[in-house]
Design a protein around this ligand. Structure first.
Ligand SMILES: Cc1ncc(COP(=O)(O)O)c(C=O)c1O
Length: 291
């Protein structure tokens, strides 16, 4: 962890960044978060991450004590204080502190934490050779229960269970289906398929998070004149597509070459995937807030 952590309204030494045991985030998963990356002192798509955080907060009816501009400044200040060159920035918020689930009993305003970390999710060879993925038995929750568009703390217990399914069989990621059995996303990433030169990705209404990396890849595809479309996707489509890849802040753009024991396409990262990886990487050092 970086030397300093932003806690509520100020930077404090990380060793002093402690939370109440009655924080609603800890007690009930009553909060939201963002994982953000910095590349060579450029906080990639920072504005977009903070906008998504505020959409999550609004959906959960959590009022944050600072506005989006002040929040962006707080993230930049934290990165600077930790002299972060490239790394991961974790932003978490919760409804506040108070025992009992009734928000009327809260004794504080919303909790905010911002911290920095060094991060390497997958080794280089997985970007070259691709990732082995399994389909998890754990489903994404239906949006009538908890909308997967909200990057809420509580929702992630499902994603963690799915990831543990992947870990048990030595796979790199777990694909998650919705209650109708269609593909929603992976435990920590969105999914794209390439079928006859066209990029397909499930719409958020299928249970996918509106990923910032997903949006960036769509942007890259438009620039490269690769047709891209939101579409409902089944496992049959995944098993029979030409190429597939996952996208996420931590994973970036990573080829998926095997699903449930079936090789995808040639079983190697495909040309469209590789060109989008290169286009995405070029953007990471330019498209953000520099400090
Ligand atoms: C469940 C889930 N889906 C998709 C993503 C990818 O979103 P992003 O590209 O904004 O990191 C993430 C990671 O944040 C995630 O946790």
């Amino acid at each position: 962890m970086g030397t300093y952590t932003y806690l509520n309204t100020q930077l404090v030494p990380s060793s002093e960044a402690t939370l109440s045991i009655y924080d609603h985030g800890f007690l009930y998963g009553d909060g939201a978060f963002e994982g953000i990356r910095s590349y060579s002192r450029c906080i990639f798509k920072l504005k977009e991450h903070i906008e998504r955080l505020y959409r999550s907060a609004k959906s959960l009816d959590i009022t944050l004590p600072i506005d989006q501009t002040a929040f962006i400044n707080a993230v930049v200040e934290t990165a600077k204080a930790n002299d972060l060159d490239s790394g991961y920035i974790r932003v978490s918020i919760s409804r506040g502190v108070g025992l009992g689930l009734d928000p009327a009993h809260l004794k504080s305003q919303a909790t905010i934490t911002i911290s920095t970390e060094q991060l390497r999710l997958y080794p280089d060879e997985m970007y070259k050779n691709g990732l082995i993925v399994i389909t998890a038995s754990t489903r994404v929750p239906p949006s009538v229960c908890i909308d997967p568009q909200i990057k809420s703390l509580g929702r992630y217990v499902n994603n963690i269970t799915a990831k543990m399914e992947a870990n048990r069989v030595g796979a790199g990621e777990a694909l998650m289906l919705n209650m109708e059995g269609r593909v929603a996303e992976a435990s920590g990433d969105n999914i794209f398929l390439v079928i006859r030169g066209e990029l397909l990705t499930p719409p958020t209404s299928e249970g996918a998070l509106p990923g910032i990396t997903r949006a960036t890849v769509i942007e890259c595809a438009h620039k490269a004149s690769i047709p891209v479309r939101e579409a409902t996707i089944t496992l049959y489509d995944c098993y029979n597509c030409d190429e597939a890849f996952l996208t996420g802040t931590a994973a970036e753009v990573i080829p998926m070459v095997d699903l449930d024991g079936r090789a995808i396409g040639s079983g190697k990262p495909g040309p469209i995937t590789n060109s989008l990886i290169a286009d995405f990487r070029a953007l990471t050092v330019t498209d953000g807030v520099h400090y």
